[in-house]
Design a protein around this ligand. Structure first.
Ligand code: ATP
Ligand code: LTN
Length: 326
């Protein structure tokens, strides 16, 4: 059995990009692997968060994990800050990484655009992410394409430490889907769909009302040509919508092209609204059931205990290999 680890930030607005790029994989991987899914609250404070809202967002993500099909009897679900090993290992990894490699991270460059100075945590964000992964001897990390560079850095740090010290870490592999790995913003198909974009119609959140879903899709940017053909370079808007249609309906892109041959963007968008609603309704229903149940807190507490047991073993091994402590 392989070990799988991944995380989502509790920053609100979990959208179909997060679902199709990451969460859908989380569910599939449960069948044959030991999976650990984390709510990475310490990553979310790289920008200031309202404390009450953060607490609520943590429970929202936990309930969404379960609503999309994560089975907490099989998989471990927990909150990052409940397991002290993450922060502890992050320091040790920081001492084995370089400011040069962190400066090359495109996510950092994008999020820090236009500023002279950045929060230190935003700069060292990938190190905490590497700690999350290496702490659990992870083999596979299911994520969206935007995390490729962070996974590469995690691998580099693991290999570096394995060479400098005793063999200490399992070197993980990223896992990226073909179709959902990069869902683009509905209002700007050249940027990725994001939780933090100002325009709410740039994304479809998993808990959006039906009228909002319809509005966002019907006003999504396309082109003036009017033919439903997949071409990410020349026709990024309609291609992104076709991608979303393909993953929600289970149809291959070429089948989507065939089905909508000769039809207009209006007809296609109406069908897309339909499959999106059909896919999201059961998730919303399950979410409502779980979100305010007493069970939710118990599940997270139990998850943290299980995670902590694994984490403590790794920390012990790392300290031994580094000569730290008594
Ligand atoms: P933000 O865009 O505000 O930085 P985010 O949407 O990237 O936030 P995260 O919690 O950091 O949110 O990401 C959770 C998971 O969703 C990650 O695996 C990430 O790669 C994936 N993901 C995020 N956006 C997309 C997208 N547009 N398409 C596919 N996968 C995505
Ligand atoms: N950086 C990730 C979230 C994240 C993560 C992780 C993903 C934090 N720690 C460990 C996989 C494994 C993001 O999606 N922005």
């Amino acid at each position: 059995m392989k070990r799988v680890f991944s995380g989502v930030q509790p920053t609100g607005n979990i959208h179909i990009g997060n679902y199709l790029g990451a969460l859908k994989q989380f569910v599939e991987l449960q069948k044959e692997n030991q999976c650990i899914y984390c709510i990475v609250d310490m990553h979310s404070i790289t920008f200031p968060q309202d404390p009450k809202q953060l607490k609520k967002n943590i429970l929202d993500v936990a309930a969404l994990y379960m609503a999309v099909g994560i089975d907490t009897k099989k998989s471990i679900v927990f909150v990052q800050s409940d397991v002290p090993g993450h922060a502890e290992l992050a320091w040790i990894l920081a001492c084995n990484s370089y400011t040069g490699e962190l400066s090359r991270m495109t996510q950092f460059k994008q999020k820090n655009k236009g500023r002279e100075s950045a929060p230190t945590g935003l700069f060292t964000y990938p190190i905490l992410m590497a700690a999350d992964i290496l702490l659990y001897d992870t083999d596979i990390v299911p994520v969206g394409n935007d995390q490729k560079q962070h996974i590469e850095l995690c691998r580099d740090i693991a290999i570096r430490i394995n060479n400098r010290y005793k063999n200490t870490f399992v070197v993980p592999d990223g896992r990226f889907l073909k179709a959902g790995a990069r869902i683009m913003a509905l209002d700007d198909p050249l940027s990725k769909m994001s939780k933090s974009a100002e325009n709410i119609h740039s994304r479809i959140s998993l808990l959006d009302e039906e009228t909002k879903i319809k509005k966002s899709i019907m006003r999504a940017t396309t082109d003036s040509e009017g033919s439903i053909k997949f071409d990410m370079k020349e026709k990024p808007g309609i291609s992104n919508l076709m991608n979303i249609y393909s993953v929600f309906s289970g149809m291959e892109i070429c089948e989507v092209e065939k089905t909508f041959e000769g039809k207009g963007y209006g007809d296609f968008k109406k069908e897309l609204v339909q499959v999106t609603k059909e896919s999201l309704t059961p998730i919303k229903e399950k979410y409502e059931e779980i979100r305010h149940s007493k069970e939710l807190l118990d599940i997270l507490k139990d998850g943290a205990e299980r995670a902590n047991t694994i984490s403590e073993k790794t920390i012990k091994r790392v300290k031994e290999n580094f000569g730290l402590g008594l």
